[in-house]
Design a protein around this ligand. Structure first.
Ligand code: OSB
Ligand code: MG
Length: 371
């Protein structure tokens, strides 16, 4: 395929409201938008690295560095025929999954636009619509969390995920169950805030009928998660621990989880996401698409991926309005029915990027041309 030019833009955009997890509070999105040009088309990818290396080791700065010095030169020096070639091309470079994913996604989008097909269909998607949930951050009080739950339930979200941390866990879940009842599809995400020594506390969660608990233990662990899963009725879902289909296979073999959250950025892009999806499907492990507070390009990629068959649990891809006053895509990501998004049938990601909106947020920009 023809790849002529790559543009990187770093954008900073304020969230409607700060978002807090067990690893900290974020008020502003800081990310790299990747545009890949070829044959009159533009493919887009969005890096999900955060401004600080707290979810994983990457940041917008490391993503820019890796793209400029290693990934873009490698892409220009090679013949890419199919988008699957990109992840093979990047395989000798260790980790840096978010940097790889950002440009890999853009190449998938470009390829599909050049071919006149939708990204979802090229990935092997089978769904025309997807059900989505919402992720709710830690707040100063339990009452504030309850107000957010109420608002998002009223909007129709089909899964409520709440962030927990030691000292802000059982009481939050208990209060949600008390106020909204036992039918609300509810889960908790700990972002690695606990250790196996706190198993007794985590076992208390079993009495609240949660769909799952996400990544309770260390970000790089699958051993202790296996020990914990043996003691818990609640299914464990792994997020941070899974970077590849091999990681997924090992976690499944060990019994470290019963569900896996797939994030494009965490695993290096669409090709690896699909492999993880397939390994999980073969083992009867359902998956759902995680979120990293994306703007529209990232959301569009998530939607296409979620159209695959084994994404049977509502993911974190909320509507643009969850976080943004004004998104960078048109139309913005919006429900077609409560809690439901359409999988676009248009070329590539199926959303247009509004370059004027992008301009409002750019703090750094550079371009490289293939020769
Ligand atoms: O709404 C979203 O995009 C999901 C937000 C979320 O839960 C999250 C946001 C930032 C970093 C990690 C996570 C996570 O899923 O663990
Ligand atoms: Mg998570």
């Amino acid at each position: 395929m023809i790849i002529e030019r790559v543009r990187l833009q770093q954008l900073k955009v304020a969230y409607k409201a700060p978002f807090e997890t067990s690893f900290g509070r974020s008020e502003e999105k800081d990310f790299i938008l990747v545009s890949v040009y070829g044959d009159g088309a533009i493919g887009y990818g969005e890096s999900v690295a955060m401004s600080h290396p707290v979810y994983n080791e990457e940041t917008s700065g490391t993503v820019w560095y890796m793209l400029e010095n290693f990934l873009i030169p490698k892409l220009f020096a090679s013949d890419v025929t199919e988008p699957e070639d990109v992840s093979r091309l990047f395989a000798p470079i260790r980790r840096n999954y978010m940097a790889k994913a950002a440009i890999e996604e853009a190449v998938w989008d470009l390829h599909c636009k050049q071919q006149g097909i939708s990204l979802a269909s090229r990935l092997g998607g089978v769904k025309q619509t997807i059900d989505v949930g919402v992720s709710i951050g830690i707040e100063a009080t339990v009452e504030q969390v309850l107000q957010n739950v109420e608002r998002f339930l009223a909007e129709g979200y089909k899964k409520i995920k709440v962030k927990i941390k030691p000292g802000f866990d059982i009481q939050v879940i208990e209060a949600i169950r008390k106020r909204f009842g036992s039918d609300v599809p509810l889960m908790a995400d700990a972002n690695s805030a606990y250790t196996l020594e706190q198993a007794d506390l985590l076992k208390e969660l079993d009495s609240y009928g949660l769909m799952m608990i996400e990544q309770p233990l260390a970000h790089d662990d699958i051993i202790d998660h296996a020990k914990l899963q043996k003691q818990l009725k609640t299914p464990i879902c792994l997020d941070e621990s899974i970077h590849s289909a091999e990681d997924a296979r090992k976690a499944i073999e060990l019994g470290s989880c019963k569900i896996i959250n797939i994030k494009l950025g965490r695993v290096g892009g669409h090709a690896e996401s699909k492999k993880i999806h397939d390994v999980c499907e073969r083992h009867g492990i359902p998956v759902w698409c995680g979120g990293m507070l994306e703007m529209g390009v990232g959301r569009a990629h998530n939607i296409a991926l979620t159209s695959l068959s084994n994404f049977t649990i509502p993911g974190d891809t909320s509507a643009s309005s969850r976080y943004w006053e004004q998104d960078i895509v048109e139309p913005s990501v919006a429900f077609i029915a409560p809690g439901m998004l359409a999988v676009p049938a248009g070329d590539g990601i199926g959303y247009e990027v509004n370059e004027r909106n992008v301009r409002n947020y750019v703090v750094r920009e550079a371009e490289w041309t293939s020769r």
